[in-house]
Design a binder for this molecule. Structure first.
Ligand SMILES: Cc1ncc(COP(=O)(O)O)c(C=O)c1O
Length: 447
């Protein structure tokens, strides 16, 4: 099904897709950001079939969610079996072996030897909310630091931590108070115009020397929230020692380091959690998206001594639903037993190298960066000024869509490759070919 020769010539959107778009425009909240008119009939493995019979190679994976591909038979079977046994009981009120089993599994997988505890919820934002509440509750401190470019979700606490696009916060104030944003280690566009490693990570010193010294007393700061690889902000990989310097800063002032691994976790970067690339142990981890291959479940994992809030302090009716937990456990089995992290490293490395080669001959590609199957391509109008090629990002994505490849943007001017972790080398090569073709087409226009 992945051989490009067998795909029908794309004529998108077809009549069924157009009809669904019209129905959506009449019935659905206009706040939903639609990338292109993909109307989905079904998915299998790496492929999506639309309602008009067109086939697409999926390198978006429902925003980095479908880790084991669409409808992996082992995940589907686990869901079916659990659905026949029990749909819901409320793992917060009763003892559900599925909830407890997944909690044990995640506590085991989280980096570090200290015992962990796990709270299960339904979405990335809910895991972040839980972490924010726990950090305040445990430390008794009100303030929190997060990063520009960060995306932590859209509920009130999570959106207050989010600073990737102003539309996410605009009109929703007053937000949760006590949150300050500082520049991420985005070396391609260093906020201080410095170069790594000569900069000696001035971006971490800034937090201590400016923020803590001038407005945000460190002993009032409960936590630093960080995405070990920044996701929605542009698929940005920080330099090697950055996360460990943040860890040291947190340790110095008794601040919790919270790793938001909602997008980067569960094997996507070639390790179970991206933060393991730098051998750093966070105090709390938030996980969601890829955890259950598409079923809604998320987790907030914390060291046992930190998760010391009393009964009733936090909970959720649906969080850790048994069907979702079954999907999550099957997903974790597939990721480990089918060597999907190794695959992410191997295929991701090949795709990254191809894109880096393409950058040599492209005048639009400014930067290519990636870890495993979390790969970002930043487009610029000018290699010197790095003026952002925002329109071209959209044009390339639309051209890919017309050619049968699903991609999404990230940050103001980047394109992300976040395929299912099952992608084969030949599928990655096909994705690369289509992308290169689409890019050339757009470059022709913008010469
Ligand atoms: C790093 C990160 N945190 C949190 C979220 C919010 O997750 P959700 O949309 O499931 O609430 C996202 C979603 O993209 C994310 O990428």
């Amino acid at each position: 099904m992945s051989d490009r020769q067998k795909w029908p010539v794309q004529d998108v959107p077809g009549p069924n897709a157009r009809q669904l778009v019209t129905r959506s425009e009449q019935a659905v909240s206009p706040s939903l950001p639609r990338a292109y008119p993909l109307a989905v009939k079904r998915g299998q493995g790496m492929m999506i079939e639309d309602m008009d019979g067109n086939l697409f190679l999926d390198c978006a994976a429902g925003i980095a969610v479908c880790s084991t591909g669409h409808c992996h038979p082992r995940v589907v079977k686990a869901i079916q079996d659990q659905a026949e046994r029990l749909l819901h009981i409320c793992g917060a009120d009763f003892y559900d072996p599925m909830y407890i089993g997944l909690a044990e599994r995640l506590a085991e997988l989280a980096p570090g030897d200290d015992p962990k505890r796990v709270f299960l919820a339904n979405s990335g934002a809910e895991a972040v909310e839980a972490a924010l509440k726990l950090a305040r509750h445990h430390t008794g401190r009100p303030r929190v630091v997060a990063f520009f470019g960060a995306f932590h979700g859209r509920t009130m606490g999570a959106v207050s931590l989010t600073a990737s696009k102003s539309v996410y916060q605009g009109g929703f104030g007053p937000l949760v108070p006590g949150i300050a944003h500082v520049p991420y280690a985005y070396c391609y566009r260093c906020a201080y115009n410095l170069t790594y490693p000569e900069c000696d990570l001035a971006c971490v010193d800034y937090i201590e020397d400016m923020l803590f010294a001038r407005s945000f007393p460190a002993d009032e700061v409960a936590a630093i929230f960080v995405e070990p690889v920044q996701g929605e902000g542009g698929y940005i990989i920080p330099p090697p020692s950055w996360i460990s310097r943040l860890r040291a800063l947190c340790d110095k002032y008794g601040i919790l380091l919270i790793a938001d691994e909602v997008q980067s976790g569960i094997g996507r970067t070639g390790k179970m959690f991206a933060i393991e690339h730098w051998d750093v142990e966070p105090d709390i981890i938030c996980s969601a998206k890829a955890l259950a291959s598409g079923m809604p479940v998320s987790a907030m994992i914390a060291r046992e001594e930190i998760m010391n809030w009393p009964a009733g302090a936090h909970g959720s009716t649906f969080g850790g639903n048994p069907v979702c937990c079954a999907a999550a456990m099957a997903t974790l089995d597939v990721i480990v037993e089918e060597h999907l992290m190794e695959n992410a490293n191997q295929v991701g490395g090949r795709l990254l190298a191809n894109l880096q080669d393409l950058a040599q001959e492209s005048h639009l590609i400014g930067d290519v960066r990636g870890l495993g199957l979390m790969i970002g391509v930043e487009l610029v109008l000018d290699q010197e000024t790095k003026a952002r090629a925002k329109e071209q990002v959209d044009q390339v994505i639309q051209e890919c869509f017309k050619r049968g490849l699903l991609l999404l943007s990230c940050g103001p001017n980047s394109i992300r490759f976040s395929p299912p972790l099952i992608i084969s080398e030949s599928q990655a090569d096909t994705a690369f070919e289509i992308f290169a073709e689409a890019l050339k087409q757009v470059e022709g226009r913008s010469l």
